[in-house]
Design a protein around this ligand. Structure first.
Ligand SMILES: NC(=O)c1ccc[n+]([C@@H]2O[C@H](COP(=O)([O-])OP(=O)(O)OC[C@H]3O[C@@H](n4cnc5c(N)ncnc54)[C@H](O)[C@@H]3O)[C@@H](O)[C@H]2O)c1
Length: 253
């Protein structure tokens, strides 16, 4: 087991995309990182021959699996300093075609998963006065079509962040949230048509998609001591999307 004072960050959904970039950033900054994902194949594709990172194949929406996950992680390293609740799924569909099964599938990972993963980390985070960063979305800040389940799940994560911050503050545990704008990951590209890509470019002041690293930098900042008096907040890392009203494409012409 590694020395007691090396910090540990758990990143869920770390096999690819934003989660993977986040795990790498924490590692570069001296953390040990637990890469959690339910996708065995994607995890197997990652080469991890570094003693400071380890893969854990678990589904964070399943309470029993989470118990096993924490047991394995704490057997590997004896403390938890940061939890990044990043694992998420997207399902875009019109309201009338969003069956309750599709709705529940989205809520199970995006909302229940964040609730459960956090709840079970509290005893460890109390000991380290650690902190949590939840990953929502600009879809949780602004409504759009096709996102009835996804957008609602992410808006709930923003409120859940405030609830968690309010209650856990007295233990010195901070809880914040990042609302990413569009990033060309597998999740986004499965639901972003060419039309949607162009519309995002139009609506975003910086006129482009973000990168995985740009989102990871926001997550790392909120988890770091530089954010020691920030809790209960949602930071949009979105190229300015949330700040704008109507008319940007016309004004650009
Ligand atoms: N990419 C974007 O444009 C964008 C925008 C806003 C918010 N987000 C959010 O960022 C987070 C990361 O998304 P991404 O774009 O990197 O997606 P991604 O699909 O590339 O990665 C998500 C990872 O989470 C894992 N995962 C999903 N459900 C899980 C579960 N129940 N248990 C364990 N692992 C699970 C997947 O296997 C996958 O490896 C998500 O919460 C997503 O909603 C993404």
């Amino acid at each position: 087991m590694k020395s007691l004072d090396t910090k540990l960050a758990i990143v869920t959904g770390a096999a690819r995309g934003i989660g993977h970039a986040t795990a790498q950033l924490f590692k570069q900054n001296g953390y040990r990182v637990a890469l959690v994902d339910k996708d065995k194949e994607e995890l197997n594709n990652l080469s991890t021959n570094d003693v400071n990172e380890k893969k854990f194949c678990f589904d964070i929406s399943d309470s029993k699996q989470l118990d096993n996950m924490y047991e394995e992680i704490l057997n590997w390293h004896n403390r938890i300093d940061v939890l990044v609740n990043n694992a998420g799924v997207a399902d875009f569909g019109v309201i009338e075609k969003t069956t309750i099964d599709r709705w529940n599938e989205v809520m199970k990972t995006n909302l229940d998963g964040v609730f459960l993963t956090t709840q079970k980390a509290i005893p460890s985070l109390k000991k380290t006065k650690g902190n949590i960063v939840n990953i929502a979305s600009i879809s949780g800040l602004r409504a759009s079509t096709l996102r009835v389940a996804y957008g609602t799940s992410k808006a709930a994560v923003i409120q859940l962040t405030k609830q968690q911050a309010a209650e856990l503050g007295e233990y010195g545990i901070r809880v914040n949230c990042i609302a990413p704008g569009p990033v060309k990951t597998k999740l986004a590209m499965a639901v972003h048509t060419q039309d949607i890509i162009e519309a995002y470019h139009d609506a975003i002041p910086l006129n482009r998609y973000g990168t995985e690293l740009e989102i990871a930098n926001g997550i790392y900042f909120l988890a770091s001591d530089k954010a020691s008096y920030i809790t209960g907040q949602t930071l949009a890392v979105d190229g300015g999307f949330e700040a704008t009203g109507v008319g940007l494409p016309s004004l650009r012409k």
